[in-house]
Design a protein around this ligand. Structure first.
Ligand SMILES: Cc1cc2nc3c(=O)[nH]c(=O)nc-3n(C[C@H](O)[C@H](O)[C@H](O)COP(=O)(O)OP(=O)(O)OC[C@H]3O[C@@H](n4cnc5c(N)ncnc54)[C@H](O)[C@@H]3O)c2cc1C
Length: 101
């Protein structure tokens, strides 16, 4: 997970919650199957892929340009607006929550 967006720790916690919910019974009885592990992956793969795609987009379109210039960074107004509206700003970490349903 890239540091872009600062959501990786949130995802790690969500991964842990999904994992314990799926595996706890099997671990208690000493029987965890490949199907159990596949279920963890099924729940966690798509939100991870979605956020990684968003991170790659931000890296290519905004961060790479800022790093490759000697001038002061000029943050696009769309990104400043994004960071100022809590309901919009909270979408990336919330994508992770949706997956556990
Ligand atoms: C440079 C950088 C900066 C970041 N900054 C931020 C940030 O500011 N905010 C944020 O939210 N996220 C950030 N992230 C993302 C965040 O660090 C990760 O998403 C998060 O740490 C993932 O946690 P994890 O427990 O799933 O995996 P990891 O933290 O990668 O932990 C996996 C552990 O398993 C161990 N391991 C691997 N294979 C084996 C094996 N076979 N046997 C035993 N142990 C094994 C590894 O050594 C490691 O200790 C950053 C990432 C990077 C690379």
């Amino acid at each position: 997970m890239s540091p872009v967006g600062g959501v990786g720790i949130n995802y790690a916690i969500q991964d842990a919650v999904a994992t314990v919910n799926v595996l706890s019974q099997g671990l208690k009885s000493g029987r965890v199957s490949d199907a159990d592990l596949a279920e963890v992956q099924r729940q966690r793969e798509w939100p991870t892929r979605v956020i990684q795609a968003a991170q790659s987009f931000l890296q290519r379109r905004i961060i790479a340009g800022a790093l490759n210039t000697a001038q002061a960074a000029n943050v696009p107004w769309q990104l400043r607006l994004f960071a100022k509206i809590p309901i919009v700003r909270d979408i990336p970490p919330k994508i992770s929550d949706i997956s556990s349903t």
